[in-house]
Every structure is written in structure tokens, then in C-alpha cells.
Design a protein around this ligand. Structure first.
Ligand code: SF4
Length: 591
């Protein structure tokens, strides 16, 4: 065989210890503190990163002195960006470093100062117990879960329940997108009950009880201030949709799909004026700075279908978002930028790298993107594929999509499905980027799998309850194979029998004997009921455990375990005892 060069590009293998697995990461070598941090190699033709950062957009009266900046006399820093520019490490930066063990608090400060990381942490929400987190390319990829009451469904209690559900399933931030019910009370309840940053789109509440045409500058600033006072950590502000962009929408398949973008476009057409979010931008910045509310610069012209991706309307708005990033940095505000939407897989890298250039490395917060439009009901999957690519190529925060996208308001289980799809995307990208330590989790689960240590396997699994229920659906005993291949065809068990090959076992993963697993929990029983594969009596048997059938008493191995039974005996025992857990084939009784 010809020797092959593996394109490692200098990245370190993230596995700790000496048992690392080749080939490690094919991504670029880490450059934390520089413009790339963790990055994918550029496909030829991709836009290079910007040479500028937030340091090039200091407020009036500030000057650089050494590594940091000096503010005018008497200036009191408020935002994380202002503290970072002055060289101050805040307790929120220290907390971010604790949660990102590959970064020091000083590196977090420097990334915030450069505008490449934000810590969305409203001072009011911090007083309620917000756990500070960072969004940026030097940090691990984060996910956002959307929720909120609509005019036709849901209420405050349900939304708080969804919040708890989203936190349980790993959402790093939550957006309250309520457009119905008691919006104010719902927002207040969500902020007070959340440990994760909360984002909102303030224009939604601005038009409750009035037409968009009646929106005034006073209403805009009052609403922004009210929500800042409530403790919201980041605002989507659609200031990038300009009058000049609207003619480009005509050529689209689906026009403007952003709620905020479409409302503001209507306002501009009715009044014949520029977007008030754009003209009022500095005043909005000043309110947000007071509470350290971060910007999430909205992409009001994001594509709503593959055919509209990377079109003139979207890219012109992106240029404006770059300008707004600079203006917000000059007012001391933290900024991330929102991105598309629906993008064919081959255009994702370009979209990520164009934003990196135009917005000078400000964190990119993307919705999906969906890589195909023809699977409604499964858009958590179509978008999770795009989100994985987006995170590998440049996004820092992934806004989840649930199975209800385009078709209805998500319920709690949809929130779970969306969160899990996006945890997969974020983690897969972090492993690919070679962020130190991220792959340890995978390697540990692989060791448990190689050792056929089912307890450890499910303990390490992201949703161990679900995995355990699926295992026990076919085989309610932990032995040295599972129902997928059965005893004789279990390659992991066979590998274990090859003396020279240790099957990846290491200390701490070997089991002394078959271990009785606990009976199914009510949640695991519910999982199996929902799948509809086993009849209720079989689920009941699983709940009370029938492992005596194979002699797996406490401290003993199952009678069919390869350590105590020949292959023939094991097969006979499985046929006689274990397969009885499977339901008869449909129609078998009639034959
Ligand atoms: S039976 Fe097949 S799927 Fe199950 S542990 Fe063995 S090799 Fe893996």
C-alpha cells in the first residue's frame, strides 16, 4: 500500500492521555487570540478573514495603550466589551473560562475585546442567577432553543415548562418569541426562571394592539428599554433591512420570511422612509449598553427557500450588518450577527466565511440552515445537517429547528427533538474543529462499547434513558452482545475473544460480571409505549425485569454469556429464553 499523507494541518489530537486515535483533526491548527481561533481549511475561492476587529472601532475619546485601551477620564465600564477593552477580567469571563476548560479567563477577555466573543449577560438577569456563557469561535459551539406563546396556542406556564425542558436537553440560550397571550408576563417569567441567556425580538411586542404602520420612534425606544429592564440578555434588531434592498425581494420565490423583516418592510413602504431601527440605531445602542444587552443583528432578508439563498437581497443586507457591527462596537455594545435560513449544502461555507469577513469576526448565529425544503415534519434533521456544516465553517451559535418548523407551534417533545438534533450538530463540529477535550466523551463511550459495558454505555450516552429503553425492548439482560447481531455475529464479542486484541478495554471499563440493570423507569416505559413495537404486557415484563430466565442472578453471569456457555449452548439459550421477549410477527397467529 502506498504511504499516505494525512492532512493534519498542525492541529493537536484532542484526546487526552496517550491512547489517542488517529488521525485527529483535519481542521486548521488552533489560533486562539488570532482571527481564526478554531477554523476549517478554506475551499479555494472563499473570502479571507477581515484584517480588522472591534479594536478598530473604539468609541470616540478612547485610545489604544499597549495591549489594552484607555477611556476618557471618569468613564465607568458597563458592558463586558468595555471591561475587556480596559484589560479587566470580569467574574463572568472567569465563569466562561471555567465552562470552557481549553480557555483561560484572560483569553476570554481578549476574545471579547476583539469582538470575536460575546457574553450575553444582562445585569438584571445576572442578579436573578444567570450562569454566564460565551459565544464565539474560540469557545465550544452553542445551541439556542426558540419558544414563546402564539396567538393560537400556548400560555405562560407551558412556555416556562418548555424552558425547563430546553435547559434539560442542553439549550445554551433560549429565545422567547411570544406573539400572543400575555407577552410581558411570559417574558418576565422566562427571564426569572432561566439560568441560560434569554433573547427576544422586541418588535414583536411593539406591535401588540396596534398596526405596524403606527409604530413610532418613541414606541421603539420605550419597548427596548422595558425589555432591557426586565433582564433580556440579547435582542434581535432588524436594522439591516433597508429601503434600497426591497426591490431585490421581487425576484425571490418566497419573499421575506423573517417576521421582523416583513413588518419593517411594510412600515418603510407605507411611510416612504428608511427603516427606523437603522435610523435610531445609536439610540438603541445606548439603551442596550446601560444593561449590557447584546445585539443579535437580525437577518430580516434571510432566504426562506434554497432558491433564494445567497441572493442580492441577502448579501446586501449582510453588508449593512457589517456596518451596524462597527457602529455598535463604537457604542460599547457586544454584537453577534444572525444568518440564514435555507441554504444548499455547497453554499454554506461561503456564507459563513463571507460573514466572517464582512462582520470582522463577530460571532455568527445561524438558523439551521436547512439544506433541502422538501421534508416538512423532519426539518430538525434537514437543518441539523446544515448546522453541522455551518458550525464547522464559522457559526458560533446554532438556532435549533424542531419537527414543527413551518407547520406548527413546538410542544415539549418537539423542543427535546430539536435540542438533541442541534447538540449533535454542535458536538460533531467541535470534534471536527479539534477543540481540546471535546472528543474525550466519544472516546470514553467507544471504550464502554468495546468492553460491552452496557451500564457505562448508557451512562455516557446523551440520552441514556432512551438508549436503554431501545436496548431492553429486544433484550432485557446486559450480556456480551445485543439483539442487533446476536451472540454468534457480535463482532465486539468476537474481538474480545482474540487474545492479542484487547478490544479497547482499559481499566475502569471492564465488568466483573453481568450486572443487573434496573427495571425500566416510567420515562423509559413511555418511550417504548410511544414506539408501539412491544405490547403493554411485554413492557410490563421489562418493567419488572425477567432476567431470571437466563440465570443472571446477582453476582453471576447470564447462562448464555460466552464466558460460561459454548456458542451452541448460548444460541440454544437465547432461542429458548430471550427471544421470547420479541412480539410475534404480525399475522403470525393466523398462519
Ligand atoms: S451484537 Fe452487534 S451491535 Fe450489538 S454489541 Fe455486538 S457487534 Fe455491536
Amino acid at each position: 500500500m502506498t504511504a499516505r499523507m494525512i492532512p493534519l494541518r498542525g492541529a493537536r489530537n484532542p484526546v487526552t492521555g496517550t491512547s489517542g486515535t488517529n488521525p485527529g483533526s483535519f481542521s486548521n491548527a488552533p489560533a486562539v487570540g488570532g482571527k481564526l481561533a478554531y477554523s476549517s481549511p478554506d475551499t479555494p475561492g472563499m473570502p479571507p478573514p477581515s484584517d480588522r476587529t472591534a479594536w478598530d472601532f473604539l468609541p470616540d475619546g478612547w485610545r489604544r495603550e499597549g495591549a489594552f485601551a484607555v477611556a476618557p477620564a471618569g468613564f465607568v465600564p458597563v458592558t463586558q466589551l468595555e471591561h475587556a477593552r480596559l484589560g479587566i477580567v470580569t467574574k463572568e469571563m472567569r465563569r466562561v473560562a471555567e465552562r470552557e476548560p481549553h480557555l483561560t479567563a484572560e483569553q476570554v477577555r481578549d476574545e471579547v475585546a476583539a469582538g470575536r466573543m460575546i457574553i450575553p449577560a444582562n445585569r438584571v438577569h445576572l442578579s436573578y442567577g444567570l450562569d454566564a456563557m460565551g459565544v464565539g469561535r474560540a469557545a465550544k459551539t452553542k445551541i439556542n432553543a426558540n419558544m414563546g406563546a402564539s396567538p393560537v396556542a400556548s400560555d405562560t406556564d407551558s412556555e416556562v415548562e418548555k424552558l425547563r425542558w430546553a435547559e434539560r436537553w442542553g439549550a445554551d440560550t433560549v429565545m422567547d418569541l411570544s406573539t400572543g397571550g400575555d407577552i410581558d408576563a411570559c417574558r418576565d417569567a422566562i427571564v426569572r426562571n432561566s439560568r441560560v441567556p434569554i433573547g427576544t425580538v422586541p418588535i414583536y411586542s411593539m406591535i401588540i394592539g396596534r398596526k405596524i404602520e403606527d409604530l413610532t420612534e418613541e414606541i421603539i425606544l420605550d419597548s427596548v428599554r422595558h425589555q432591557a429592564e426586565q433582564g433580556v440578555d440579547y435582542f434581535t434588531i432588524h436594522a439591516g433591512v433597508l429601503r434600497e434592498h426591497l426591490p431585490f425581494v421581487k425576484a425571490r420565490l418566497i419573499g421575506i420570511v423573517s417576521r421582523g423583516g416583513s413588518l419593517l418592510a411594510k412600515w418603510m413602504i407605507v411611510h416612504g422612509k428608511q427603516n427606523p431601527m437603522y435610523t435610531l440605531f445609536e439610540s438603541i445602542c445606548d439603551v442596550m449598553r446601560e444593561y449590557d444587552v447584546s445585539f443579535s443583528l437580525g437577518d430580516g432578508l434571510r432566504p426562506g427557500g434554497l432558491g433564494d439563498a445567497s441572493d442580492e437581497a441577502q448579501l446586501r443586507e449582510l453588508d449593512t450588518l457589517g456596518e451596524l457591527t462597527e457602529r455598535a462596537w463604537r457604542r460599547g455594545c457586544q454584537v453577534m450577527v444572525e444568518g440564514p435560513g435555507h441554504v444548499p449544502f455547497d453554499q454554506i461555507e461561503y456564507n459563513m466565511k463571507l460573514q466572517r469577513q464582512v462582520c470582522h469576526g463577530a460571532p455568527f448565529y445561524v438558523l439551521g440552515p436547512l439544506v433541502t425544503d422538501v421534508f416538512p415534519g423532519y426539518d430538525h434533521i434537514t437543518s441539523c445537517i446544515g448546522a453541522t456544516s455551518a458550525a464547522y465553517h464559522g457559526a458560533s451559535l446554532l438556532c435549533y429547528v424542531t419537527p414543527k418548523e413551518h407547520v406548527g407551534l413546538p410542544k415539549t417533545d418537539d423542543v427535546k427533538q430539536g435540542c438533541i438534533a442541534y447538540k449533535i450538530a454542535a458536538h460533531a463540529a467541535d470534534v471536527a474543529l479539534g477543540i481540546p477535550g471535546t472528543r474525550d466523551w466519544d472516546d470514553n463511550l467507544t471504550r464502554a462499547r468495546a468492553a460491552l459495558n452496557w451500564e457505562k454505555h448508557f451512562e455516557l450516552a446523551f440520552d441514556g434513558d432512551y438508549a436503554r429503553a431501545l436496548h431492553d425492548e429486544d433484550l432485557d439482560v446486559d450480556t456480551d452482545f445485543c439483539a442487533m447481531c446476536g451472540h454468534d455475529w457480535c463482532s465486539v464479542r468476537i474481538s474480545k475473544e482474540i487474545v492479542e486484541f484487547t478490544s479497547g478495554k482499559v481499566e475502569g471499563y471492564e465488568r466483573d460480571a453481568v450486572v443487573k440493570s434496573a427495571a425500566l423507569t416510567p420515562e423509559q416505559q413511555a418511550t417504548l409505549q410511544k414506539r408501539g413495537v412491544l405490547p403493554p404486557e411485554e413492557i410490563h415484563r421489562l418493567a419488572s425485569k425477567t432476567r431470571k430466565a437466563v440465570g443472571a442472578e446477582k453476582g453471576t453471569k447470564a447462562a448464555c454469556h460466552s464466558d460460561v456457555a459454548s456458542d451452541t449452548d448460548a444460541e440454544r439459550l437465547q432461542q429458548a429464553k430471550l427471544i421470547t421477549l420479541r412480539i410475534p410477527e404480525r399475522g403470525a397467529d393466523a398462519e
